[in-house]
Design a protein around this ligand. Structure first.
Ligand SMILES: [Fe+2]
Ligand SMILES: [Fe+2]
Length: 264
């Protein structure tokens, strides 16, 4: 953070006022100044994040398919009759696919297992439908079609994102301070999930999703889904009726992603 000494002195009442202060008073004043500057620098507090609720026409947990942040909605391309995962990637995962492809690409470069690469490829795609608790929603969406380990990695990457593991190469993301507030403390259910996973023999599965989860879009890196065709083929049980039409307990969730314009 950049400190402007003129602004600081002025905010304390000018040179004379600062000269009259004790060493401790100055230290205190500096701390308050830094705190206010942090807030002004657009890193909000939890209270400030909450105050934004009434300034928006939609809630932050709504999925990308259902809300536009610039202009009106566009007509979605039609889905094939028996849609496969690749069709959802190309026709519905429009706002998340680049991020998850970059993440899976990084996991591949880092020599991760095929299951971790697949978990990276799928980890945030459910945000097209819903953002709140996306780890749990995503695991539910994919559970019938992937191994238990892949579903575990997807489910718990959400909770692990809030907890550093420097040894594994993961630090708390700066973007979370802006998104949740700098003084945010994860809810007890997130903390409980973290504590459980930390001791679990599969801890490194979701942890490696967080390590390969890019904080920002890498310009110029646009991996194609085809790079992962073999991994999908080996680890994703594509139903022959198509996702949404296989009578699985999550078929309606796939249909909701395929047909978000349905009024009921
Ligand atoms: Fe995520
Ligand atoms: Fe992500």
């Amino acid at each position: 953070m950049k400190l402007d000494p003129h602004d600081l002195i002025a905010s304390l009442g000018g040179d004379a006022a600062v000269a009259a202060m004790s060493h401790e008073e100055r230290a205190d004043a500096l701390e308050h100044y830094m705190f206010r500057a942090t807030v002004a620098g657009k890193v909000p507090s939890v209270a400030e994040v909450e105050a934004q609720i009434t300034t928006r026409p939609s809630r932050r947990g709504v999925g990308n398919l259902f809300v536009s942040h610039s202009g009106n909605m566009k007509v979605l391309p039609e889905m094939p009759e028996n849609p496969a995962l690749a069709d959802f990637f190309k026709l519905r995962f429009q706002t998340t696919s680049n991020h998850v492809l970059q993440s899976a690409n990084l996991a591949m470069k880092n020599g991760m297992s095929e299951e971790i690469i697949l978990a990276c490829l799928l980890h945030d795609t459910v945000q097209e439908l819903i953002k709140v608790d996306h780890g749990w929603w995503a695991a539910m969406l994919y559970e019938p079609y992937v191994s238990e380990k892949v579903a575990f990695a997807i489910r718990y990457h959400q909770a692990l994102r809030f907890y550093e593991d420097k040894d594994a190469g993961y630090g708390y993301p700066d973007v979370y301070r802006r998104m949740f507030g700098y003084d945010y403390k994860p809810e007890p259910y997130i903390e409980a999930a973290y504590q459980m996973v930390r001791k679990h023999k599969w801890y490194m599965e979701p942890r490696m999703v967080t390590v390969n989860d890019l904080y920002a879009f890498e310009p110029g890196v646009n991996p194609e889904l085809e790079q992962f065709t073999d991994i999908i083929g080996r680890h994703f049980k594509q139903p022959k009726e198509g996702l949404g039409y296989d009578n699985s307990p999550v078929a309606h969730i796939w249909r909701s992603i395929a047909r978000p314009d349905m009024p009921l």
